[in-house]
Design a protein around this ligand. Sequence first.
Ligand SMILES: Cc1ncc(COP(=O)(O)O)c(C=O)c1O
Length: 379
Amino acid sequence: MFEDVINFIQDKFHTKDFIPLHEPRFVGNEKQYLNECIDSTFVSSIGKFVDKFEEKIADYVGTKFAVATTNGTSALHIALLLANVKENNEVITQPLTFVATCNAISYCGATPIFIDVDKDTMGLSPSALHEFLEKNTYIKNQQCINNKTGKVIKACVPMHTFGQPCRIDKIKDICDEYCITLIEDAAESLGSLYKNKHTGTFGQMGVLSFNGNKIITGGGGGCIVTNDEILANRAKHLTTTAKVPHRWKFVHDEIGYNYRMPNLNAALLVAQLEQLDGFLENKRQLAKKYKEFFKKSDIVFVTELENSKSNYWLNTIILRDAQQRDLFLDEANSKGIMARPVWALMNKLPIFKNAQSGDLTNSEWLEQRVVNIPSSVTM
Ligand SMILES: Cc1ncc(COP(=O)(O)O)c(C=O)c1O
């Protein structure tokens, strides 16, 4: 039934063997920098590559500061703590996201509130956000209070799904109006721009992930990007066990975390970052070919909005309904082409079943139809 799609993908990846969804490419200075790192003996969380990576990634996204972490989840956790998210607070996010976004909210003792996404961006919908806040909250002492629970809504964490930027400028305006701190989950969107500004740089803090499945990887890794020096210093302090700097004394002035990125991971990442522009161009070319191909079919290929530039991290198609999606998944995976549906919506997971939600029509529609198809940098 989907033979033409399968042939097309096999042709683009030059193989009839297994084609993964997204595999990393190590074709630059990775081995050289790893060797330098090993020879120096600085393999753990102190070392020149971690500092260098922070400098380079901040420069790349256009923020004043970046703080490197062990992974994207720990970066989200720290960003939420820095936004003062505490026990009994609430945090708005989208139900169509990877579980890490909601796990980090839970680590702070807070509860997520799920607000719908826009169909075209698959990211948090500013109109749904505004409608929810207008109907369900009031402002008291510069805090947004939920009418239903009486709890403070401290932060909002939209996510740029599969690298497609959401309407982040509008979300920022709404968050400002309702005294809510904006933290962007840009784990999937390194290299994606909205109105010529890098995703992750609209809110008070943005979070990136460098997991093995991302556009560049350190094996593992994450970071917080921000223009706020105080927050950046606090992030560094909290991610390094809250140790008070001293040449030999070990004194810690609050409960901290062992979340700093090891130098080994940073060595890989410095090399990967050198290749990012090439990876982005290569992925853009692949997306262009997919777009042309799917024009001829009844399957929709998701493309960037006019004012956005997507990194096309994971190419996304929308099938007619859940039945057609399942047929596609079965046929593609049987032929060795890795394709996968979108995550189960967070509000449907038992761990978040008691969380409050707005109307989730778009998320539910997408959940039934979205499939990711192979998206690696082609060689
Ligand atoms: C949307 C989103 N948020 C957070 C994360 C967490 O990143 P990590 O796996 O580096 O902890 C990921 C990716 O894994 C993600 O896709």
